[in-house]
Design a protein around this ligand. Sequence first.
Ligand code: GAL
Length: 415
Amino acid sequence: MKFRAIMGALCAAGLMCGVSAVQAAESIEVLHWWTSGGESKAVGVLKDDMTKEGYTWKDFAVAGGAGAAAMTALKTQVISGNAPSAAQIKGPLIQEWAAQGVLVPIDASAGDWKKNLPPEIDKIMHADGHYVAAPFSVHRVNWLYINKAALDKAGGKAPTTWPEFFALADKMKAAGIQPIAMGGQPWQDLTLWEDVVLSQGSEFYKKALVDLDEKTLTSDKMISVFDTVRKIQGYFDAGRTGRDWNLATAMVINGKAGMQFMGDWAKGEFANAGKKSGVDYVCAAVPGTEKSYTFNVDSFVFFQQKGQKSATPGQLALAKTIMSPGFQEQFSLYKGSIPVRLGVSMDKFDDCAKKSYADEQVAIKSGGYVPSLAHGMAQPDAAAGAISDVVTKFMNSQEDSKTAVAALAKAAKTK
Ligand code: GAL
């Protein structure tokens, strides 16, 4: 009785209204890999929103860019019967988890999603005709970040072709600036490699990395992709082994290096460090990819909780909050992405985000909108992993491009 009276008073005061005692007590465990400065700030918005709604947020953060360690932790949790309430899963992996029969549908929270999501993204959120995942935002992967002072010192402009890129890198080198900040994990190698694949055209990218077409994978063009990657490597510093992506971003932020190839979560780091686009740094499409857009859409899936086959109130509230316009805006402002929900105002966003949005619209119409392989959007886990191994082996040895291409065609057949 006393508890009800307290809840009633809170409701009258405009707090926790409509949240029942059961919901208020529900604790939501959330597994994710958003641990860098910008990422933590962004996921903090969700934590705050859910706490305001009366839920207890149990953070299950597993460090490691692109989530390899988080995925291993998730498997262990699910196998041992301790699945979190929600986990950061995206792309075809959503369907792979759904096929295991461990997810709960969240249709009850998704009433207005269909008309507010691009069709190609709405589809990814489904399994067996039900919504099983809630999307956060759209990251563009094919970006090159350039320290503005380094660019000015090298007397250059943002490069739009590979020859321009190499000329700029040479000028930076001559000016005593480390041209490229590169991290040292397989997913970072794969991110750079897919950028170079994309620079051969979005049709080539689709044939190679979406259709896994053997002729394309073994073509001379693909050999030249590996050659270009090898040439780019000549501008890395010696200390990249094991380096996290955000530490490489910090090198560009602090002027210790000139450029970084990275998706726009890097922009979250620049923003977190108080840096402004156009003033402190420049964002440009990777040379040769201006008209293309590799998309990477983060999402959460929701796991069956002990003895429960349908979503809990907390899981439904989490899904609803993720797709709410206010959250979509604030999350992306911190994260470096753009809202995935259509119709959210871009007024508060910086020039890079506005460019991302404009380029996305163009790419969708022209067929240049393609899923990122390196970020789990293009292929099931097995094939993506096998391709990643080929690229990382190449980038960490003296293997020649022809050998790598032969290995690539073989890896693409991995089921
Ligand atoms: C991506 C993820 C992004 C970003 C990045 C680095 O795969 O989609 O949200 O945070 O990893 O951790």
